[in-house]
Every structure is written in structure tokens, then in C-alpha cells.
Design a binder for this molecule. Sequence first.
Ligand SMILES: [Zn+2]
Length: 415
Amino acid sequence: MRDTIIFTLLVAVFLSALPFLCGGGANAEGAGAQCAPLQRETEAAAETDGAGAQCAPLRRETEAAAETDGAGAQCAPLRRETEAAAETDGAGAQCAPLRRETEAAAETDEEGRADVGIGPYGAAEADGAGAQCAPLQHETEAGFDAGFRLPVLRDGQIRSMDLHSYLTGVVLAEMPLSFADEALKAQATASRTYVLRSYDNRRHDKAAVCVNSGCCQAWRDPAEASPEDRARAEAIVSATDGLALYYDGALIDATFFSCSGGRTEAAAAVWGSELPYLQSVDSPGEEGAAHFTDETRVPLAEFRTALEAEDGAVSFPAALGGWVGAIRYTEGGGVDEIELGGRPFRGTWLRKRFGLRSTAFSLELTETEAIFVTKGNGHRVGMSQYGAEAMAQTGSSFEEILAWYYQGAELKPAE
Ligand SMILES: [Zn+2]
């Protein structure tokens, strides 16, 4: 009996010491939170979760709510976003991914329902107290993707959808479903990484992404796909549930494009900023791509006028042979800089100005036209979609595909 009392006391002392063992988080984190990374976003809220939350992904949207985390949170990724808030995490939860997003006290998705499939709908009260959650695992029963609410800009409105549905729509739109599973899985993972990063950066103010392929990522409403296609895309997304790419602890800029023409570009060659994981790599086997090579013809007068408008110092001699001077290429085979009319022009500028499929072009001038013959399709930085398919066809796994195109990036469960 006495031993029992002593033991009980010891346990009580240990529990009361937990907050200190946890190292006391930044940001008014409540006692006991052991869970890194913690991020918040709110507009004006005092938040607190109930005690002993039972671990499933929990996500909320509110605008001015009073929330409180329970006591003893020992759990893995806990994430919040706030702007001006007094927040407190409680103690006691020992569970996995907890994620919130506040903006409107009542939680609703686009159909007006409370968040679906992600554990407790309600606030703190719904969380049980003192739950001893099972081993911390990234993937909960509902899955990381299913529990992650994503504000998506679509048809001019911000719609809340879960990451699983969003990525299913991206897979349906970004790659032909005739591609191999491993290529599609690489796409799903790159796209998840992309959108999680956009979520953090708020590319569209209150929305994480839009559905415009020219801006963010292509997306097709899964409800509009055939049941077979939808099931396949969903299975692909599920097979990579929660996985994302990191470098130095941060989500990478997982850019991708259609086809490189044989070799990708380093980020620095196209956007000017050096990124260790976005380097130029070989990308063989893309010959079957729709625009592996292409041609863009520009009337010569228009070509000349455009260059003169861009740089008043250009000077075109009578003979066409004197119009094109030195060309400098990038490591990825693109035109870095080309001398036209005695002045230097960037390959990226020419691509944009004349709507070329890529910067990897040759230029031929005739009496009537400037003819660009391009190789590849897109900015050619990051993962080549046709290259990924070629790798998958020759037996590479999606992990190997991602490791090839995003060199040095680490694939792991999202935090
Ligand atoms: Zn966008």
C-alpha cells in the first residue's frame, strides 16, 4: 500500500515536471508541448485546445474563436498560424498531426459541413482528457492528406477542400493517367510538396493555391472524372499520403514541367537564384513527348520590332547573316544569352516574348521569318513529367525519380 502511494506520488511529480522537460515552447505554447514545429495563423484569437486531445489530425478554420489546447500535448507536428493572438496549448495530448487554421468560428467546408473525416468536429470539449495516444505515427487512420484543410482559389472563390481531394484533382490534370504508377506517385508527391509550401507562403493571400496551371498547379474536379480514373488517381495519392520533400529542414520548391528535351535546367540558370536541389540533370527517354521538339515562326518584321522595342541600341545590318552573333548556352542546353543586332538578349526573355516552348532553341532567319526550333516544353527546372514516366518505365520507383530530379532532397512525412 505504501509502495503504491509512493509510486503514485512519483508519477504525479513526473507529470507535473513534464512541461519543463518539454523545453517550454516559444509563442505562448502551453505547458507540456513537446511537439515541434509550431506555427500559427489567426486574426484575433485566443486559442486553446481541450485537454488530452486524441491524436487524429485536427484542423479548424475560424476567425475569432476562443480555442484552447488541452494540457500535456506531447505530440508531433502541431501547426498553427496566427497574426495577433494569445494562444495557449494545453498539456496532455500525446498525439500526431494536429493542424489548424482559423478564420471563422464555425467550421464549414464548401458544402457547409463541418470538417469531415478528421476526428472531432467540435472544439475543445470534444477532445477527451488525458488520452494516452498510441505510438506517434505520421499517418493516422484518416491519413494526413484527408485531415489537411486547404483553402483553394477556384472560380474566383476560396473553397476549402481536403488535401487528398485537391491532390487527386491535380494528378488527374497534371499527368496523363496512362503514365506508370511510379511517375504518378512522383507527381503526387511533388505536388503535395508544392502546395504545402504554397500554404505556408500564402501565394494567394487567403488561399494556398489556385487551380490555374499557369499560376499554381493544374486541377480537375475529381467529380468530373470517370469512376475508374478517379479511383486510380485517389489510389496514387493515398500511396504517397503525407509524403513531402525537404531540404535543410524546409519544404523544397518542387517545380516540375512537361518535358526537358534531354536535360533539365538549374534554377539559377532560369530564375537567377541558386537552389542546391534544383540542378541540371540528364533526362533521357522523353522523345515520345508531344512537344519534345517544336517550331515557332515569327514574321521577321515583328521579330525585329520586338527586339528594337526591348533594346533601343540594336542595329540590324542589311545582310541577315549579321543579325545573329555569339550564343552562350546554359548547362541544361538552353540559350542563356544570344547576341541579336549587336545586343545581348536572354533566352528566357525570348521564350516569353515569342511564346517559345522552351529556352533550348536554335534560331534560323529567312527573308520573311525568324524560325525557332525548340527542344523540351516548359521552364525545364525540377522534375520532367515525361522524364519521370521514362524512369518509371525502366523500373525506377517514385522515390528514385524524386531523388533524381530533386537532388539531395529528403523524402519524409510532412510536418
Ligand atoms: Zn495560383
